[in-house]
Design a protein around this ligand. Structure first.
Ligand SMILES: C[S@@+](CC[C@H](N)C(=O)[O-])C[C@H]1O[C@@H](n2cnc3c(N)ncnc32)[C@H](O)[C@@H]1O
Length: 271
């Protein structure tokens, strides 16, 4: 059965500043939008939330990040540091390596995990994002070295590739933890099925996947599709079972205080 989404309006499929009070429907976000956003040609996914003026993002809370400075990116999710929900999980030693950061963007979450001594591979569809992630990792290594901090023994490896065909860009490797920070919610219903096959193919037996997606409780305009917990389970099941889920915020400069989201952990079913 096709996944369902929230009761929030889904009439607008296209993305961009010309659209108001909507977010993409079952067709998902056009991947070209991501290329345009990183090229600085478009700054939003979904309708206009009117929140762009808060682009400084420094008020999104205490900074859990190591001391490096990310390059500025004209994207609403580019807050220049790891997501707090991910940093909190990492601080509890939740992540086991090797970790695959799916749709890693400019790499802040991957860099944080590498700082914790984990082997991390980040993959993103957009070459510009991967280029920026590599530059951010180089900065993180350099600033760590300058401060006498050797915690990042191995910088993350960043690759261009699609979440919908992960085996093609991970060279036959498998991962103990998969991280999907605000990527699954961009896909169409049809692509959700490809996504499930793709992530399952690169998961070690018993691996966990961490998913942070906009929830149906985020009723403000703008951003990607909303997902319910049931949507997440339907997308990944029956190969994955839900271990835990909690309300969280995806820090996003178009939504004050971050977008209402679900932070879900699912475990790969063996056999
Ligand atoms: C909302 S951003 C999140 C970036 C990063 N995970 C973070 O939280 O900072 C979504 C990211 O997914 C990437 N993306 C979109 N479709 C993708 C696909 N099919 N495969 C891999 N990455 C994709 C975009 O280029 C973008 O960097």
């Amino acid at each position: 059965m096709a996944p369902t989404t929230s009761s929030a309006p889904q009439s607008q499929v296209s993305c961009g500043p010309a659209h108001h009070s909507a977010h993409p429907g079952p067709e998902g976000v056009d991947p070209d939008n991501f290329h345009r956003i990183y090229a600085g040609e478009q700054a939003r996914v979904g309708g206009d939330s009117g929140g762009q003026a808060r682009a400084g993002s420094g008020d999104l809370g205490a900074r859990p990040a190591p001391a490096w400075t990310s390059a500025k990116v004209p994207a609403p999710w580019a807050i220049g540091r790891p997501q707090r929900a991910i940093a909190e999980l990492a601080a509890r030693d939740f992540f086991e390596g090797p970790v695959l950061d799916i749709g890693c963007g400019t790499g802040e979450n991957a860099i944080l995990l590498a700082h914790r001594g984990l082997e991390v591979v980040g993959v993103d569809l957009v070459p510009k994002a991967v280029e920026m992630a590599k530059a951010n990792a180089a900065r993180a290594v350099a600033s760590g070295a300058a401060a006498g901090d050797a915690s990042m023994r191995m910088a993350p490896e960043f690759r261009v590739g699609s979440a919908l065909d992960l085996p093609a860009c991970t060279g036959g490797r498998t991962f103990r933890t998969l991280l999907d920070c605000a990527v699954l919610h961009v896909f169409s219903d049809a692509d959700r099925e490809r996504y499930r096959e793709s992530v399952t193919a690169v998961a070690e037996p018993g691996a966990r996947i961490v998913v942070l997606v906009f929830s149906e409780h985020e009723t403000r305009a703008g951003g990607p599709r909303r997902m319910s917990v049931r949507d997440i389970e339907r997308t990944l099941g029956p190969r994955w079972s839900l271990v835990r889920v909690q309300p969280a915020r995806y820090e996003h400069i178009s939504h004050d205080g971050g977008a209402r989201s679900w932070l879900a952990v699912l475990r790969h079913r063996v056999g």
